[in-house]
Design a protein around this ligand. Structure first.
Ligand code: NIG
Ligand code: FE
Length: 425
């Protein structure tokens, strides 16, 4: 299939973009792109490509931006129940970490998720994933972490593997048994940390070997490094054990308190450190000297009605690799759309639309270490892309609240998501 006449074709070629290099879109005007067998075969200008491939089936992208699909490198997309009541409590003055301490927050979703059978988890998550896909995300990371006990964590992993196999949204799976202290270990965080390292991680490692498809590399292991969750020493214990078992690493750090989690991630060679709101200059320097991607989640402070965001400009000055993600979860931010993340990143962190787009595509792909396959439009890469209903990339970020994606193309298959009309019953 030849997609042609794109007003702007954004290739975002050349790999992840570090520091002030962020924002190179590699635009081809009146661009065309040839797809075969789920892959990108050729890219160029429309007149040349049409002349070269006169018999190829075509898809007209005139008046549109053609760009790589969004990669969302941090989500908690699978859970049971909701937390609308807590949203109201927070608006009335309660703090997120105090609700967690009182046995609510993450623990309340843990209760609902433990109760949910596999089929129910699958059906709740499936409809969520369809909405994610229809807003232009073609690959999303997705974490467990609402089980905090082996059986439920494995059920979540199983559901995520099933949903990844079903598609069309591709998933990068993360084990987050260290999301909160399990209720059974309420007054014994050391005990739960030992339970994770000595029991859960080895079980997950063996389970993955037998249940995951052969091509699927090991899931990431993530830790919520935060006051009231896992302190720095416990985070280190978990991540070092995970690394020894061959898991790639991620961390939640500096969402509320600075405990040094970002520097720990850099030291251990983690793929990413995420949240990064109260990150210190020293942490920023350590990230800048590493391959650990800083994943900023601006919807989280927005969702919590807090005022502080990732110090993105400082990070770019220092030479950090910056990416963006939704953090979609039932507690802090139930937002499924990367388009809204871009709009918020532009305003809260003063990213330009071009910088926000790169942070949501190739840099986001690097945060899940799939940049060799997705995140840009380059020859040999998977044919994952979007046709927008607008002719200028700056409309992303500028506009928000409506879906600017007209078609999503995943592994070469075209999905129309913008019906553009409504019918009465
Ligand atoms: O990334 N901070 C920890 N985890 C999530 C929130 C999860 C929840 O509240 O259910 C986050 O914001
Ligand atoms: Fe998170």
């Amino acid at each position: 299939m030849l997609i042609h006449s794109a007003t702007q074709l954004l290739t975002i070629a050349g790999g992840p973009q570090r520091g002030r290099d962020l924002g190179e879109l590699g635009i081809i005007e009146d661009g065309a792109l040839l797809i075969r067998d789920e892959k990108i075969i050729e890219i160029g200008s429309t007149p040349k490509m049409r002349a070269k491939h006169p018999d190829e089936p075509t898809l007209d992208a005139s008046g549109s931006v053609l760009m790589p699909g969004f990669v969302d490198p941090h989500t908690h997309l699978i859970w049971g129940g909701d937390r609308a009541k807590e949203f109201e409590m927070r608006l009335e003055g309660a703090h997120y970490l105090d609700i967690l301490k009182a046995g609510g927050g993450i623990i309340s979703t843990v209760r609902d998720t433990r109760k949910a059978p596999l089929e129910s988890l699958l059906s709740q998550t499936r409809s969520r994933l369809m909405r994610v896909f229809s807003t232009g995300t073609t690959t999303a990371e997705a974490k467990t972490g609402y089980g905090l006990q082996t059986a439920t964590e494995l059920r979540m992993l199983k559901a995520l593997l099933t949903l990844d196999r079903e598609g069309p949204l591709e998933l990068a799976i993360t084990f987050l048994g260290a999301h909160a202290i399990a209720p059974e270990f309420k007054d014994d965080p050391e005990g739960y940390t030992d339970h994770i390292t000595e029991t859960m991680l080895p079980i997950v490692s063996d389970w993955w070997e037998t249940h995951a498809p052969r091509r699927q590399s090991k899931p990431f292991v993530d830790v919520f490094c935060e006051t009231g969750a896992f302190d720095l020493a416990k985070s280190r214990q978990i991540l070092e054990k995970a690394a020894a078992l061959g898991f790639p690493l991620k961390i939640h750090a500096d969402e509320f308190d600075n405990l040094g989690g970002a520097s720990l991630a850099a030291e251990l060679g983690a793929a990413s450190a995420d949240h990064l709101v109260v990150t210190s200059d020293e942490d920023i320097e350590n990230l800048a000297n590493s391959e650990t991607v800083a994943v900023s989640l601006p919807c989280t402070p927005f969702g919590l009605a807090h005022c502080d965001y990732t110090p993105a400009q400082k990070m770019l000055d220092a030479g950090v690799i910056l990416a963006l993600a939704t953090d979609c979860n039932p507690g802090t931010t139930w937002n499924e759309s990367m388009q809204f993340v871009l709009a918020l990143a532009c305003r809260s962190m003063k990213l330009t639309p071009a910088q926000a787009i790169v942070a949501s595509t190739i840099n986001a792909a690097y945060a899940i270490r799939r940049d060799d396959r997705i995140g840009s439009l380059e020859i040999g890469k998977q044919a994952d892309m979007l046709i927008l209903s607008v002719p200028d990339y700056r409309q992303l970020g500028y506009r928000y609240g409506t879906n600017l994606v007209k078609k999503v193309i995943k592994r070469g298959r075209v999905y129309s998501v913008d019906v553009g009309y409504y019918q009465t019953a």
